[in-house]
Design a protein around this ligand. Sequence first.
Ligand code: 5GP
Ligand code: ZN
Length: 136
Amino acid sequence: MSDCIFCKIIKGEIPCHKVYEDDSVIAFLDIHPVSYGHTLVVPKSHYADFLNTPPEVIADLMAVVQKIAPAILEATKNEAFNIGINTGKLAGQVIFHTHIHIMPRSVNDGLTMWGENPKVVKDFAVLVKQIKDKII
Ligand code: 5GP
Ligand code: ZN
């Protein structure tokens, strides 16, 4: 897509700090890292978000996550990482070209995990039925 930043990076029109590339996937450091080694794994084809990405492309991305995460951990001297796929504006998605965040974690890195929200209704039985009925 012509006005997509990640497509421009893939075409080499915008520079990036590339850590990995193959025929269908590229990975580069996030320009605004949440942790040391924060890396984005991106398909070379443009898809707007996770739900609009073919499952086989997601599989390729995940295979690259598994391939490069150990190297990122070794390089940054970490043992743990989170992966993230923000899907939709309200979930924090800013770039509408599918990507997976790899975020290495270290002691006292200042990042906090999500906790339970006491305000969430726990009508689990009702909810399960509603969800199951809608799975296509
Ligand atoms: P999102 O919020 O869409 O899941 O994540 C988009 C990520 O892309 C953000 O973490 C942001 O820092 C990163 N980003 C945005 N523009 C650029 C860029 O031009 N280069 C690089 N390397 N990362 C970018
Ligand atoms: Zn794109």
